[in-house]
Design a protein around this ligand. Sequence first.
Ligand code: GRF
Length: 212
Amino acid sequence: MKSIVILISGRGSNMEAIVRACQAEAWGASIAAVIANRPTASGLDFARQAGITALAIDHKNYSSREEFDAALMVEIDRFNPDLLVLAGFMRILTPAFVNHYAGRLLNIHPSLLPAFPGVHTHQQALDAGVTRHGATVHFVTEELDHGPIVIQASVPVYPGDNEDTLAARVLVQEHQIYPRAIRWFIEDRLKIVGDQVLVTPPEIQMIHTESK
Ligand code: GRF
């Protein structure tokens, strides 16, 4: 049985989708812990109700990014994770942290990377006037919002969209592709080759949807 630890910062809807898929599809894995960097993260309540160890390590209690990441690593490693999942975890991670979990650290970013790294991705997409937008699950490397791409989903951008309507459309797809990527990882089907991720047997790694 593989062990997954999930890091969140807020509502944790991606974490919830992952927990539900893990249970419904009986993955050969368990969610060992959900850890937030904010004690008020509402996703912690869902995790507790689902019987998962849920705890907060408040980044405000640490004077540097290095100290916080070191404390976080100690906590995470108590659960011996095969996979560490960033699910709306709104912290920039130190190279020491990223390297410690290299090859077993996934993130979801709400844009079609390499377009629109950083924050306010939906507004960035609207400002750029793109006709399609989406989300990306990728392995984490030292460079922010880069790293080998596991799967992407694209959605249309409609005239009249605003940040909220676009975010909601993308989020529906996030909840589809993140559990799928994690399941592939758990099934040992992912291999990083250079900047690419190969899935064996092959799967479609770009989903185009026309959702409203
Ligand atoms: C998601 O859009 C995720 O891609 C981004 O922040 C949001 C977190 O949502 N990084 P949730 O906490 O998973 O509901």
